[in-house]
Design a protein around this ligand. Structure first.
Ligand SMILES: [Zn+2]
Length: 346
């Protein structure tokens, strides 16, 4: 079992799959955060503008595909490419059968505010739910199947429409930790076979623009994006208010955080979001640990209920599977809840 140690700067633990640490115990996302300060971002912006120029085409209905959901980054991406880079995007949303009302509202808002077409690709709902259910039972990573569909379908749709540029947001391996933490604009590395789709440019926007969670929230909110509390009064257990704008589009994804990250590795949304906030200078490491101790172990009951209804299992079945996969090196049962061992909260 992998040792659980937190980064000395942020609080990300070594149990996140693929995350790398240096000898001083600093995680790669923190090291990259420092490195970002010396990147010539105006140069990178020119590179992006040049790439867009190669694809900009007023004779066709669309000149790029933007992969969207109902999250804040989707609004930010459409804003950047349509308003600032004068592109004419076709937005592609891959339905994961577990959207929240807020996710849907934000998604329609994008189409209305930016007057863009959105294709919703609904992957076979029965197959999707069957896969979510079976991955839940066998690996406790219920959204694996959807992730594969999510990365692939927008590229297929781009090809069908004769569009040469596909746009993603941030490279999660660089910004949150992962085995592909390579500084590259090429987002094909998310595919099972990165040599596919040779005709397409598939990019991480975060290579070209400094990626900031708080800036994306600001821009998105200015353009009609809403959080869960303000849109549907849903104050999720385990989320502090400043993060109501994060991860608010689907219950499958949210429950996945608890299952595949917290139960297997002892970290969930608060660890990740607080770590990002430490890097952005919005909180101290001590404040972050306080928030995590208080909240990271909580699974919102509405979210859990929606999730078990979607895959058709009982609450007892849900908790039996959770208990089976619980990483007992890292978490322990305290007052009826799985919590990270206090000795690891340093
Ligand atoms: Zn770190």
């Amino acid at each position: 079992m992998k040792e659980f140690k937190r980064c000395k700067k942020c609080i990300m633990p070594t149990t996140r799959w693929g995350i790398q640490f240096n000898e001083e115990g600093i995680c790669y996302p923190c090291l990259y955060n420092e490195k970002q300060k010396s990147i010539d971002w105006s140069e990178r912006w020119l590179e992006l503008d040049e790439l867009c120029s190669q694809h900009r085409n007023r004779d066709k209905p669309y000149d790029c595909v933007i992969c969207v959901s109902g999250g804040k980054d989707s609004t930010y991406l459409v804003h950047t490419f349509k308003k600032l880079l004068n592109m004419n995007p076709l937005c592609v949303m891959v339905d994961n059968a577990t959207w929240t009302d807020t996710g849907r509202a934000n998604f329609y808002n994008i189409s209305e505010v930016y007057d863009v077409d959105i294709i919703t690709f609904t992957s076979k709902v029965k197959t999707m739910k069957d896969n979510i259910r079976s991955d839940f039972f066998t690996t406790l990573r219920p959204m694996q199947y959807w992730d594969e569909v999510l990365y692939r379908k927008p590229l297929e749709i781009a090809e069908k429409f004769g569009i040469g540029l596909v746009i993603w947001g941030e490279n999660t391996h660089i910004h949150y930790g992962g085995s592909n933490a390579e500084e590259t604009p090429n987002a094909k590395l998310w595919l099972k076979d990165p040599t596919e789709f040779t005709e397409l440019d598939v990019i991480f926007t975060s290579y070209y623009i400094p990626w900031s969670r708080s800036e994306n929230v600001r821009v998105a909110r200015l353009n009609g994006f809403k959080g869960l509390i303000e849109n549907e009064g849903w104050d999720r257990e385990g989320y502090i208010e400043m993060f109501q704008y994060d991860q608010c589009d689907g219950v499958g994804y949210l429950t996945n955080q608890y299952l595949s990250k917290f139960i297997r590795g002892g970290f969930s949304s608060m660890t990740e979001l607080c770590s990002v906030s430490i890097r952005e200078g919005l909180m101290t490491r001590e404040e972050a640990m306080e928030i995590v101790r208080e909240n990271d172990w909580k699974l919102d009951p509405i979210m859990m209920k929606d999730f078990i209804d979607i895959i058709g299992i009982s609450e007892t079945e849900f908790w039996n599977v959770v208990d089976k996969f619980a990483n007992r090196d890292v978490i322990e049962m305290v007052d009826g809840h799985w919590k990270v061992k206090e000795v690891l909260n340093v």
